[in-house]
Design a binder for this molecule. Structure first.
Ligand SMILES: CC(C)(COP(=O)(O)OP(=O)(O)OC[C@H]1O[C@@H](n2cnc3c(N)ncnc32)[C@H](O)[C@@H]1OP(=O)(O)O)[C@@H](O)C(=O)NCCC(=O)NCCS
Length: 379
């Protein structure tokens, strides 16, 4: 049966599913996980509490949080085979490595074929624990160093920084990174979450769904933008004067290039996550004696706002924040996955719990049907 309806480009404003996980009001700049405002979560919650909230719908009491922390700690180490594969892979984009290695994790999960809700939940916990360890290990290998084993008593944010650098992070660095993880944990039906839900709706396994999410996150219109922001900041330089900043930004706009880290499909006002990341970028810049990246970002923000009336999104100030934390640029997008795997898995669990195959239609715009078939000798 032919469809009459015309599609909305990019499915803009199309409501594609019901979900209890995340609420966004793009006009008022509101973001909430399970009803809790992102500003409260950024102030008071740890990433582990946020994971629990996304998966269970409620904030954990101390004992439940302790249990989750133990489960994450028990799952953090990578299987030997995955570490061997990491060393064997040719040098590649860190997101490509993360995609391949996350897929490899499935081979070492004894519950891969267990579709019970309890097993799916345990796999969500394992995936969240291990994606962080994987990204840290990828970062170590990129720096020509060996992976660092997780520390069983450290939390998720501090463990990540420890496994990446080999040094115990300061309280300030840990809290900043923890807040960044909280801010990136979920965002309703963003492209990668939608991809993960579409995959899950075929009742494929949770690893396949997360791999679909990782592949989607890599794109420069999505998670890839944070690394592009930093490349742009480096290209301009932290000491650039106003004229150079204007020239570079205007030249990009003149060539109809997008300025990475600006604009959003859903927010028509400030992205509430950017508010926190702007502050963190300033504070970390001051503490590390590299305030120039924040100042440069601020000037670009003013310029892009006045030229294009575009607001910074989550990726804009996360670039200078991560840079001040000493994180290599190649890891900026993988770090997005370290956090977003919690949201992806929450959505996948929700999809499994109330599933119907996601199979929309296309508005056919090809040649008239039926075309007369011309045999190969007559073409
Ligand atoms: C996020 C994004 C993909 C949303 O895209 P979208 O809803 O499809 O919006 P469009 O790309 O159709 O943009 C609408 C208009 O704003 C402009 N615009 C949007 N983002 C822009 C940006 N970052 N820089 C310059 N112009 C931009 C477009 O050129 C377009 O202008 P036009 O109507 O004159 O052609 C888009 O803003 C973008 O590419 N941003 C840069 C990449 C980025 O930061 N991604 C991370 C998102 S969290």
């Amino acid at each position: 049966m032919a469809t009459e309806a015309k599609p909305r480009a990019g499915l803009e404003d199309v409501v594609a599913t019901s979900s209890e996980v995340c609420f966004i009001d793009g006009d008022r700049g509101i973001l909430a996980y399970r009803g809790y405002d992102i500003h409260d979560l950024a102030k008071y919650a740890s990433f582990e509490e946020t994971c629990y909230l996304l998966w269970h719908g409620e904030l954990p009491a101390r004992a439940a949080l302790g249990d989750l922390q133990s489960q994450l700690a028990a799952a953090r180490s990578l299987p030997e085979g995955v570490l061997r594969l990491l060393k064997a892979l040719p040098a590649a984009n860190a997101m490509d490595q993360l995609r391949t290695l996350s897929s490899a994790l499935a081979h070492y999960d004894p519950e891969i074929d267990d579709r019970s809700p309890q097993a799916q939940y345990r796999k969500a916990v394992r995936l969240t624990a291990r994606v962080a360890t994987l990204v840290a290990a990828i970062g170590r290998v990129l720096q020509g160093k060996g992976p660092v084993e997780p520390d069983p008593v450290m939390g998720h944010a501090s463990n990540f920084l420890y496994m990446l650098t080999g040094n115990r992070p300061s309280g300030t660095a840990t809290r900043a990174f923890d807040v960044a993880l909280v801010l990136h944990a979920d965002h309703e039906l963003n492209a990668s979450t939608f991809a993960a839900r579409v995959a899950a709706a075929t009742l494929t396994d949770i690893y396949s769904a997360i791999v679909a999410g990782i592949g989607t996150l890599k794109g420069p219109l999505h998670g890839g933008a944070n690394a592009d922001v930093m490349q742009m900041l480096l290209e301009i330089g932290p000491d650039a004067d106003g004229q150079r900043i204007e020239q570079t930004i205007r030249a990009r706009l003149g060539r109809k290039e997008k300025i990475p880290g600006f604009g959003h499909r859903v927010y028509h006002t400030e992205d509430p996550r950017a508010t926190h990341l702007r502050r963190m970028s300033r504070e970390l810049g001051e503490q590390s004696g590299q305030r120039g990246w924040f100042e440069l970002s601020r000037r670009i923000e003013t310029l892009v706002k006045s030229e294009k009336r575009l607001n910074p999104n989550v990726d804009f100030y996360s670039a200078s924040t991560y840079y001040s934390l000493g994180i290599p640029i190649e890891l900026f997008t993988p770090i997005f996955a370290v956090s977003r795997v919690s949201g992806w898995t929450a959505h996948v669990l929700e999809q499994y719990a109330n599933n119907r195959l996601i199979r929309p239609r296309a508005d056919y715009t090809g040649p008239h049907v039926p075309r007369p078939f011309i045999r190969i000798d007559e073409r």
